[in-house]
Design a binder for this molecule. Structure first.
Ligand SMILES: Nc1ncnc2c1ncn2[C@@H]1O[C@H](COP(=O)(O)OP(=O)(O)OP(=O)(O)O)[C@@H](O)[C@H]1O
Length: 223
C-alpha cells in the first residue's frame, strides 16, 4: 500500500538517503529506528505524502506520489492517520473538537458525533473532553493526538515518536492502543528511539524493525 523505490531526499544539501527502498505491507506492524538526525521523520513524511522524493519513486495506494491530483491527496490524507512528533492542537478549542477536526474538515460531522464518544473512551479521555489542550498532561496530549489520527478510520497509522516525553507506563499504554489498532487490521509504522518500547511490542505482536543508518535502510533488525 506504501512503497518507496530507490528514494533520495535532500533539503538542499546532500541527500539524506542513498537510494532507499521499503514496503509497508497491509496489516504489518513496523518500527523505524536510527540515530537522531538520520532521517526518520523525513522518511515518514515521504510515506504519507507530506514530502516528495528528490529522486526515486514513492507509490501510495497504487499511485505515484509525484502525480497525485488534489482529490488523490485528500484520499491519501483520509487513509493515513498521522501522529506528529510535536502533537499540536488548536489551544482555544476543547479536546473533543480538536479530535473531531479531521472529520469536520472532510465534511463528515454526523460521523464525528457518532464516533467521538467511543474514541475518547478508548484512549481514556472521556472526562477531559471539555478541557482545552493547555490543560492536558503530556500523556493525555499524546493520547488525544492518537485519537485525532484515527478518527477518520485510516488504513495506515504513522506515528512519529508517539511516546516522546511520557513515562514508561504511559508509553506502554500508548503502544497497547497501537497494537489494538493493528489487531483490528490497521497497518502501523512507528518511529522511535526507544528500544525498550520495541522489545515490549515484540512480546505482543509480530513487528518488523527498520533502521536508518548512513543513508541506508536495514530491515529485520534484531535488538
Ligand atoms: N525542514 C528542514 N530543512 C532543512 N533541513 C532539515 C529539515 N528538516 C530536517 N532537516 C535535517 O534533515 C536531517 C534529518 O532530519 P529528521 O528530522 O528526518 O531526522 P530524525 O531521524 O527524525 O531525527 P530525530 O530522531 O532527532 O527526530 C537532519 O540533519 C535535519 O537537521
Amino acid at each position: 500500500m506504501i512503497e518507496l523505490e530507490n528514494v533520495a531526499y535532500s533539503y538542499g544539501g546532500d541527500s539524506l538517503f542513498a537510494g532507499l527502498s521499503m514496503q509497508l505491507a497491509p496489516g504489518s506492524f513496523q518500527f523505524l529506528t536510527g540515530p537522531s538526525g538520520a532521517g526518520k521523520t523525513t522518511l515518514l513524511k515521504l510515506c504519507y505524502g507530506d514530502l516528495l522524493a528528490t529522486s526515486g519513486r514513492v507509490t501510495l495506494f497504487g499511485k505515484d506520489a509525484a502525480g497525485l491530483t488534489r482529490d488523490d491527496v485528500a484520499l491519501v490524507r483520509r487513509r493515513i492517520g498521522v501522529v506528529h512528533q510535536d502533537c499540536q492542537f488548536l489551544d482555544h478549542l476543547p479536546l473533543s473538537e480538536n479530535v473531531a477536526l479531521p472529520l469536520q474538515v472532510s465534511g463528515r460531522s454526523k460521523e464525528a458525533q457518532d464516533n467521538l464518544g467511543d474514541l475518547l473512551g478508548w484512549v481514556g479521555l472521556s472526562r477531559q473532553a471539555a478541557q482545552t489542550p493547555p490543560q492536558l498532561s503530556g500523556g493525555e496530549r499524546q493520547r488525544a493526538a492518537l485519537a485525532r489520527a484515527v478518527i477518520t478510520s485510516p488504513d495506515v497509522i504513522v506515528a512519529d515518536e508517539p511516546t516522546g516525553n511520557v513515562d514508561w507506563d504511559m508509553s506502554q499504554r500508548l503502544l497497547t492502543l497501537l497494537i489494538e489498532l493493528n489487531r483490528m487490521g490497521k497497518t502501523v509504522l512507528i518511529a522511535t528511539h526507544d528500544l525498550n518500547l520495541i522489545r515490549f511490542a515484540k512480546s505482543q505482536v509480530v513487528a518488523n524493525v527498520l533502521r536508518i543508518r548512513g543513508g541506508q535502510l536495514e530491515t529485520g533488525v534484531t535488538l
